[in-house]
Design a protein around this ligand. Structure first.
Ligand SMILES: Nc1ncnc2c1ncn2[C@@H]1O[C@H](COP(=O)(O)OP(=O)(O)OP(=O)(O)O)[C@@H](O)[C@H]1O
Length: 358
């Protein structure tokens, strides 16, 4: 046994045509843990995964499994020797093999042992009743379950998944995600899952590695990544944001919402105060008497309702402030004030993020 991470990649570098597509990427994944590599299209997620799988070569950096080096600049374990399972969106099932044949495909043990392993996995993914069917007789979700069983059959110590659920419709996708997570946890596999959807990463990940322009810009538990974003872009990747621009004077930023403490920022430096729409507090005008803020709410700013829309579980209300800037608020349930109505908006100091403007 070793305390080393199940998967570790160190300082991986890959350029195409002189452009660094994967730029000094390091991360670890522990057994039974799901790490999501999350980022916008083209940021280098799939290339990172292909390098770990051994389908693509890195220019620099090394890959380790259970403390053993499997690939660096000089030596290289071939893809099939790495103990890595793959589940990619376009990795279709073999059409000429039955469900049992597909799941047994990568198995090398005795026929009896293989049959037992196929039965165990099909039971785990809820596909035992379809063991003799062929892929064309299965729905998309069923095919995905069989693909998961096939990938897990040889007991890979590491599973790499690239947007594995993107071909499925929304409702089915949520179910399959949860089921897949249960199966992966039960098998104790270390999972590195690539996705461009923050919701998917939040739902599945023990740890999120946020990637941008080839670099990992932030790593952490979903709660931490959401609640302590490293910069404005990281905050904006998970939800709409409101940005209040201000400049600093004596460690304070003056805004329509009162003063914000910004220690350590040079006088005159511009800052962005970022608040998610669901954290904007709204109060009524109370017949011109104005709102009733607590100390934590700061100074209320007058907002004129520009538009209000019902979104299902919540309502989205857009405001124009007296200085002409615009703010969005998300309110639980139904809240549809009329256009032109005067309301008061507050920014809770413990819910906003302040970043130097770049
Ligand atoms: N073999 C290649 N030759 C040249 N450029 C490549 C090659 N493979 C990837 N790229 C480029 O590298 C960048 C990163 O691609 P990659 O597929 O890793 O991104 P991604 O984050 O997975 O995006 P997506 O979610 O759209 O797949 C892209 O600009 C892509 O065009």
């Amino acid at each position: 046994m070793t305390d080393a991470p199940r998967l570790e990649i160190r300082n991986i570098q890959r350029s195409f045509g002189g452009r660094a597509v994967v730029d000094d990427v390091s991360l670890t994944v522990q057994p039974g843990q799901v790490t999501c590599l999350l980022g916008p299209s083209g940021c280098g997620k799939s290339t990172t995964l292909r390098i770990i799988a051994g389908i693509e070569k890195q220019d620099a950096g090394s890959i380790w499994a259970d403390g053993q080096m499997i690939c660096d600049g000089t030596s290289r374990v071939p893809p099939e020797g790495r103990g890595i399972g793959l589940m990619f969106q376009d990795f279709a099932l073999f059409p000429h093999l039955s469900v049992a044949g597909n799941v047994a495909y990568g198995l090398t043990g005795s026929a009896r042992k293989n049959r037992a392993r196929v039965a165990e996995l099909l039971d785990r993914v809820g596909m035992s009743a379809h063991i003799d069917r062929y892929p064309h007789e299965l729905s998309g979700g069923e095919q995905q379950r069989v693909a998961l069983a096939r990938a897990l059959a040889p007991r890979p110590r590491i599973m790499l998944m690239d947007e594995p659920f993107s071909g499925l419709d929304d409702r089915l996708r949520d179910d399959i995600r949860d089921e897949t997570l249960d199966v992966l946890k039960a098998e104790g596999t270390a999972v590195l899952l690539v996705t461009h959807e923050p919701g998917e990463a939040m739902r599945m990940a023990d740890e999120i590695a946020l990637m941008r322009d080839g670099k990992i810009v932030q790593k952490g538990a979903p709660y931490n990544i959401y609640n302590t974003p490293v910069d404005k872009e990281a905050a904006a990747f998970f939800s709409d944001i409101n940005v209040v621009q201000a400049s600093v004077d004596g460690a304070l930023a003056q805004t329509a919402f009162g003063q914000f403490l910004v220690p350590g920022v040079t006088d005159g430096a511009p800052v962005d105060i970022v608040i998610r729409p669901q954290h904007l507090k709204i109060d009524f005008d109370r017949q011109g008497k104005g709102p009733n803020p607590t100390i934590a709410d700061g100074t209320p700013a007058r907002g004129i309702v520009k538009r209000a829309r019902f979104m299902g579980n919540e309502s989205l209300v857009e405001f124009t402030l007296d200085d002409g800037s615009e703010m969005k608020a998300v309110v639980p349930s139904v809240f549809l004030p009329k256009k032109g109505m005067v309301l008061w908006l507050m920014i809770r100091r413990d819910k906003c993020f302040i970043f130097p403007r770049s």
